[in-house]
Design a protein around this ligand. Sequence first.
Ligand code: PMV
Length: 306
Amino acid sequence: MKIKTHGKIILIGEHSVVYGKPAIAIPFMDKELELTIKDSKENYLCSDFYNGKIKDLDGRLLGFKNLIKTFIDKYKISNKVKILIKSDIPLQRGMGSSASIAVAIAKGLYEYFKINYDINKIIDLASISEKYVHGNPSGIDIETIARDRAIWYIKNKETIDFPIDLDGYLVISDSGIKGSTKEAVSDVKTLYDKDDKYKSYVESLGELTFSAKQAIKEHNLKLLGEIMDKAQVYLRELSVSDPIIEEMIKLAKDAGALGAKLTGGGRGGCMIALSPDIKTAEKIKKKLNDLGKEVWISDLKKLKEE
Ligand code: PMV
């Protein structure tokens, strides 16, 4: 029995989504995780990030232990399993690595023990571990990865499939720097509570997400790019950008991107740039590669059928 999950990319609305504002996220099909479950004498987790008994999981990984324990207790499971994970989703880069592990484990357990499930059961179970990794997660990572579709998301309120019909390309680039979403979310909260100025930035990010929705519906790539640029200004003000991401954004813009911003928690992690055509996307990719950064080009037309 094998389970596959993908990474995710937040197009717009990160951080403000924690405050009940909308966000738009898409699956990142180029990054994949494969999970296998086998019979075992003890409960084991075998992966690049951990190899050992599940009962010894600790620190950032404690959430996975609690997810598995919740399932075992709920369904009174006595059989032991070995969970094997192979993932090419880099950790702590805003690509949803932890959520993809959580969703895969949740799905894998239901499948392996032949217990009926639906998407809500997967989301509920997977969300247990996200709380440990992120502190106060909005839930957007789990929702996007569990559904494997582009979504419009408002925390505890609305998850809607959001097909994107755009004639353009998203260039995704990894700064190579690990970001801590938990820390970034907590620092934004400190600013938000301290000064109304920061509250207004969060509000503005929320409004920009509504504008992005409209631009996407009107197939207006140029406008979407301008909205992404504006979102980056507010994210910068909220202290979640960093010099490397800013350099990557400038490079992408100089090479012809219609707009560019960080994606995910920030402070490192990844940058996304909107390109009108494949030639420009390749040009942006080359510039970022020359800077030593890994780059993927995603054809937005592929999201049309989602
Ligand atoms: O860093 P990531 O990919 O986990 O993105 C998190 C997005 C935030 O809005 C910053 C946090 C959240 O829980 O929504």
